[in-house]
Design a protein around this ligand. Structure first.
Ligand code: GAL
Length: 408
């Protein structure tokens, strides 16, 4: 073989290696965007398809003025139905009636408030609301979102017949990475293809269940699909916590706090989602929020449990009749303990810490209260409750919680 020919072969091979290498580089998510579970607000649970520029701007205003921003809420996310049609080149545009100034104007407004902007699309041909989705347009849509200044993408799973979930979400992950703007990727596949098994390298959070419904203990049958109450979704989380951690969270769906449940139920819902290290994405009408709802959504001690940097999802340690005892190991050797009354009448009990050791296999911590004493603090009354040396006297209202933090 002539030297020239050999050189040509070597350089062709080098070009191929660079191309393959570039491929490997793009096959990743933007790491580090969700060291703790995302906190934000999304339009769907209250507004459904009825969204507009005004809805989003007003939500951003409220998050700043009602203390949610100070409490850590960051993302303002428009869900389904913002889309209009694609132009002749295939570029997606906003619904001109609802968003007359386009989505970049909304993103700019949200950014001007010191918040981040999230958007919604779907891996199929159409979104669940029948709008144009991203199938076949993934790289083009990702570039559009990057140009608009999007910081978060919720990517749904309607109208995806014949598609492989892991592959479809990988395609969008790669498209986002290629568009070069760090965008949190929220996998909304409802848990059907077990995204907890492959989601870590694909997104920052993934839905583990179907849609939440605004009720504490119910199942709503819509014919071809069902939506679920807080308790139903809670029970579906069993066995999933080993898959979650910093930058890759199980998502039991967004919050229904302030959308119609009782204050006790809202408090329990919020506490349990914090115990699950779940993304806390509010979904109520912030312009008409009752003080009790605001108090729940901005309880910084409960939010701190959710956001604890150890990033270990909590678990049900005991089931005592109608009362679940949930535990979540925290950094600095502490543990959050939440007593949930699943029943519809008040539950009263005397709880002895010493006989209820909590062994957390995920964080490899053993809370043996017979051997070590912890100081107890109630995260809803914001009061100290003595130590684990004395029995706890509990009166937990129907569908309510007592949420505690134990410090060594
Ligand atoms: C569902 C999704 C909901 C909401 C809705 C919009 O599939 O789980 O959270 O996004 O679609 O149509």
């Amino acid at each position: 073989m002539s030297d020239r020919r050999r050189l040509r072969i070597i350089s062709a091979c080098a070009a191929l290696c660079v191309a393959l290498g570039a491929g490997a580089v793009s096959a990743q998510k933007f790491a580090g965007l969700a060291a703790t579970p995302p906190l934000g607000w999304n339009s769907w649970n209250h507004f459904g398809c009825n969204v507009s520029e005004e809805t989003l701007k007003s939500a951003a205003d409220q998050i700043v003025s009602n203390g949610m921003k100070a409490a850590g809420y960051q993302y303002v996310v428009v869900d389904d139905c913002w889309q209009g049609s694609r132009d002749k080149d295939g570029n997606i545009g906003a619904d001109p009636k609802r968003f007359p100034n386009g989505m970049k104007a909304v993103a700019d407004y949200v950014h001007s408030k010191g918040l981040k902007f999230g958007i919604y699309s779907d891996a199929g041909w159409k979104t669940c609301g029948g709008r144009p989705a991203s199938r076949g347009y993934e790289f083009q849509d990702a570039l559009t979102y990057a140009r608009w200044g999007v910081d978060y993408l919720k990517y749904d799973w309607c109208n995806t017949e014949g598609l492989n979930a892991e592959g479809a979400y990988q395609t969008m992950r790669d498209a986002l990475f290629a568009a070069k703007r760090p965008i949190v990727f929220s996998v909304c596949e409802w848990g059907t293809a077990k995204p907890w098994l492959w989601g870590k390298d694909v997104g920052h959070l993934w839905r583990t269940a179907g849609d939440v419904h605004d009720c504490f203990d119910c199942v709503v049958d819509h014919g071809t699909w069902k939506s679920w109450g807080v308790l139903q979704i809670l029970d579906m989380q069993e066995g999933l916590r080993a898959h979650a951690g910093p930058d890759h969270w199980n998502d039991p769906d967004m919050l229904e706090v302030g959308n119609g449940m009782s204050t006790a139920e809202d408090r329990a819902h919020f506490s349990l989602w914090a115990m699950l290290a779940a993304p806390l994405i509010a979904g109520n009408d912030l312009s008409r929020m009752r003080p009790a709802t605001r108090e729940i959504l901005t309880n910084s001690e409960v939010i701190a449990v959710d956001q604890d940097r150890l990033g270990v999802q909590g678990f049900r340690a005991y089931k005592l009749g109608n009362v679940d005892v949930w535990a979540k190991a925290l950094s600095a050797g502490g543990v959050a303990v939440t007593f949930l009354n699943r029943g519809t009448t008040t539950a009263s009990m005397r709880y002895n810490w010493g006989t209820h050791r909590i062994e957390d296999l995920a964080s490899k911590t053993d809370f043996d209260f017979a051997k070590k004493t912890y100081q107890v603090r109630n995260l809803w009354t914001h009061r100290a409750l003595g130590s684990t040396k004395t029995d706890l006297l509990l009166n937990i209202g129907a569908h309510d919680v007592v949420m505690l933090k134990l410090n060594p």
